[in-house]
Design a binder for this molecule. Structure first.
Ligand code: ADP
Length: 481
């Protein structure tokens, strides 16, 4: 299947139910081959403001639909996503690079949020609370926030959109999506499926162009009541400032620096499997990817030997080819960062166990790599590598490793492996992070609240908490005669 065989492959923006092109355009390339695969519009601020006006008009009607009506339309969108899994996955692999099987997995995962929130539409409840005096009654209802804007990253071109759009729609909000410029095509295809599902015009819009132009226009438009962003802490923090003047509601899913701890009482095979799943998915370009691997010294040798064997079996290549486990990084800058982190660790005394090379395929490739005896202060333990690097840092005691784990401004995900229940309870309590995987490296699910603490963000996506982000409480005080 090539992109031109796919009828949901769009190279235009979805504004108020219409496909719009502009004379200014941006190119999208395939990170595996470097070839240009599409051109997309480059909207200016006026066009963004027109989309906001359309979203506001659509909001007036959409919020009036019953939760069941909204839920049914969102559910139809889910069904179309599942039906078009192969097309969506092909688009995704071509623009993003991840292996096709992983892309199909992402579509299933992205669709699971749509199904979840289609159902949650029916569970937006109010409350009647005990009042302080006999002649009053306290009621609390929940209203949709209003027009929302979503700015999303390139690492999960479908799931980072559906986690935001599906709860917004279920809650009665309308939403404008600005996908990452590297991966707009999956987002545009999802927009087309939303139209096919019968979701009214202006309820979902997908706009493309220069990130700062679109970001500024969305932040400066006071009709936009909420911004939901997934991306770097640096840009998230800038957007937070830009949303301050009119106090927009915010959800921010930002950078992480996940520790992965293996205690001596762990099931080592399980820990190795957990690390393989968590670390090498999407070539390590995941915000919850284990970034620092702490292994207790008494099991270091066993863990390393088993891990290296599995890492050396990984097949690197074009994600569209059969049997490939790891694709390219998104761009040369991504591979440069891995190179820098590996070089920094080696020059500070780390030992290379496997990998450690760029590949001759092009600038975007880096081999799956394991380093050991990495000093606890190496660059790769302080910053997110976002690539296929496992830096192993040996440790001796539980107290020591908890200190290492929390010694970061970030707090998104953390993982640890131990078969001692008491230790597990102590470590869960001590770790500063929004999510903790205990004896597992796979924690994401639509029915779980995904999100971080500290500089990793604000708010949660998934679970019932995910729809609350798109609702405002209204307290109603009734005097009773
Ligand atoms: P990443 O490292 O994942 O590329 P970014 O934070 O740079 O993280 O990008 C995440 C999203 O934010 C993308 O959609 C990107 O286009 C967008 N973005 C980048 N810079 C800005 C900006 N100045 N204003 C608004 N959005 C931006």
């Amino acid at each position: 299947m090539t992109l031109n065989d796919i009828d949901i492959f769009k190279q235009a923006c979805l504004i108020n139910g219409e496909w719009v092109t502009t004379s200014d355009s941006l190119e999208v390339d395939n990170p595996a081959t470097g070839e240009v695969i599409a051109t997309i519009p480059q909207l200016d601020a006026d066009a963004v403001n027109q989309a906001v006006t359309a979203a506001n008009d659509a909001f007036k009607l959409w919020r009036k639909k019953t939760p069941a009506e909204r839920g049914e339309l969102v559910r139809k969108w889910y069904e179309l996503m599942v039906e078009h899994t192969d097309e969506l996955a092909t688009i995704m692999t071509t623009e993003q690079g991840k292996p096709l099987a992983e892309a199909k997995g992402e579509i299933a995962y992205a669709a699971s949020y749509v199904k979840w929130f289609a159902e949650e539409a029916m569970r937006i409840n109010g409350e009647i609370l005990p009042a302080g005096t006999p002649d009053t009654q306290i009621r609390v209802s929940r209203d949709p926030v209003g027009v929302c804007a979503a700015i999303t990253p390139w690492n999960f071109p479908a799931a980072m959109i559906t986690r935001k759009v599906a709860p917004a729609l279920a809650a009665g909000c309308t939403i404008i999506v600005k996908p990452a410029s590297q991966t707009p095509l999956t987002a545009l295809a999802l927009g087309e499926l939303a139209i096919q599902a019968g979701i009214p015009k202006g309820v979902i819009q997908v706009i493309t162009g220069k990130a700062s132009v679109i970001g500024d226009a969305l932040c400066e438009n006071s009709t936009v009541r909420k911004l939901t962003f997934t991306g770097s802490t640096e840009i998230g923090s800038q957007l937070m400032k830009k949303c301050a003047p009119d106090v927009k509601k915010l959800s921010l899913e930002l950078g992480g620096n996940a520790p992965f701890i293996v205690f001596e009482d762990a099931d080592i095979d399980l820990a190795v499997d957990g690390l393989m799943k968590g670390k090498f998915r999407n070539a390590g370009q995941t915000c919850i990817s284990p970034n620092r691997v702490y292994v207790q010294r008494s099991v270091l040798e066993e863990f390393q030997t088993k891990l290296v064997k599995k890492v050396e079996a990984l097949k690197v290549g074009n994600g569209l080819d059969d049997g490939v486990d790891i694709g390219p990084l998104i761009d040369a800058a991504g591979a440069d960062k891995v190179t820098e982190h590996v070089d920094n660790a080696l020059s500070n005394g780390a030992t290379l166990l496997t990998g450690g090379k760029r590949l001759p395929n092009g600038d975007n490739w880096y081999t799956p790599t394991v380093l050991t005896n990495v000093p606890p202060t190496a660059q790769c333990t302080c910053e997110e590598t976002f690539g296929p690097l496992v830096p192993i840092i040996p440790f001796d005691t539980e107290e020591e490793v908890i200190e290492y784990a929390n010694d970061t401004p970030f707090g998104l995900a953390a993982y640890f492996f131990s078969d001692d229940l008491h230790r597990a309870q102590r470590v869960v309590d001590a770790i500063e992070s929004g999510m903790v995987g205990v004896n597992t490296g796979a924690i994401s699910a639509a029915n779980a609240p995904f999100g971080g603490v500290k500089a990793s963000g604000l708010g949660r996506e998934g679970a019932h908490a995910g729809i609350e982000e798109y609702l405002e409480m209204k307290y109603q005080c009734y005097a009773i005669k």
